[in-house]
Design a protein around this ligand. Structure first.
Ligand SMILES: *[C@@H]1O[C@H](CO)[C@@H](O)[C@H](O)[C@H]1NC(C)=O
Ligand SMILES: *[C@@H]1O[C@H](CO)[C@@H](O)[C@H](O)[C@H]1NC(C)=O
Ligand SMILES: *[C@@H]1O[C@H](CO)[C@@H](O)[C@H](O)[C@H]1NC(C)=O
Ligand SMILES: *[C@@H]1O[C@H](CO)[C@@H](O)[C@H](O)[C@H]1NC(C)=O
Ligand SMILES: *[C@@H]1O[C@H](CO)[C@@H](O)[C@H](O)[C@H]1NC(C)=O
Ligand SMILES: *[C@@H]1O[C@H](CO)[C@@H](O)[C@H](O)[C@H]1NC(C)=O
Length: 187
């Protein structure tokens, strides 16, 4: 984290002031809150935002430092520990991919990115989300294979894919095997 912050500080001379602002506010927090994982959640969300190349509805403008990340559009947090529990960015016309750091959001129980233009592969790091129950990625342009590491997500009951086309299917993941039983979603 320190390393990336130093890198961002070098961007001080870059006209992109957003980077400087983010980095400064993180530095202020470092002294008192570095041990709190909610700070790491915030960094992971900022990393997620960084990969978004198109955001026609400008929802990411709410992902700013004047409001707490638990109030950012699409983000909801646990009331008890302030950690991110769901990420719901359905039908926002976002063009992006999913960074490996999503695996840092270790309290996530649900991810819904349905109906956007996410591309690339689903990162193996999703396997670090041991509380994940719903992963809904239909209607996107994901490629590659489904991460085998998803078998570590033992709570995962609804894996809505396939990632290889834009048809709505329901997949039920068996925690004891790497195979997925896929059936057409009939609604
Ligand atoms: C993280 O949690 C601590 C302790 O509850 C709180 O004081 C702090 O404001 C939180 N920071 C963020 C960025 O949510
Ligand atoms: C994610 O966590 C890893 C390991 O704790 C850390 O090295 C990395 O900087 C974190 N990434 C982000 C974007 O916070
Ligand atoms: C931050 O987001 C809030 C909520 O969308 C918005 O009202 C506010 O203008 C934003 N602030 C900045 C500096 O963009
Ligand atoms: C996808 O999102 C667009 C708006 O972003 C909406 O018009 C469309 O109906 C959605 N399609 C599905 C299948 O949900
Ligand atoms: C795969 O999942 C395991 C178990 O959660 C985790 O320790 C490992 O870091 C994950 N692999 C990657 C590449 O993220
Ligand atoms: C996708 O996620 C939404 C919101 O969580 C849910 O209502 C919907 O049923 C999910 N679709 C499938 C096919 O699981």
């Amino acid at each position: 984290m320190k390393h990336s912050c130093l890198n961002s500080r070098m961007a001080l001379f870059n006209p992109f002031h957003g980077i400087l602002f983010i980095c400064m506010s993180f530095s202020l927090e470092t002294a008192t809150e570095a041990t709190f994982l909610n700070v790491s959640d915030r960094l992971a969300l900022l990393d997620f935002r960084k990969l978004i190349t198109q955001d026609p509805h400008k929802i990411m403008s709410s992902w700013n430092d004047s409001i707490h990340f638990c109030n950012w559009v699409g983000v909801s947090c646990s009331l008890s520990n302030g950690r991110v529990v769901t990420l719901n960015l359905e039908s926002q016309n976002l063009v992006s991919s999913i960074p490996p750091s999503i695996g840092n959001l270790t309290y996530l129980t649900g991810i819904n990115l349905r109906n956007n233009s996410f591309h690339g592969e689903l990162p193996e790091d999703l396997g670090r989300l041991s509380r994940l129950q719903h992963l809904n990625v239909t209607f996107n342009f994901f490629g590659g294979r489904t991460p085998t590491n998803l078998t570590h997500c033992t709570e995962l009951t609804v894996l809505s894919h396939p990632i290889w086309d834009r048809e709505p299917y329901f997949s039920v993941l068996s925690s004891t095997s790497t195979e997925y039983t896929t059936r057409k979603h009939t609604n």
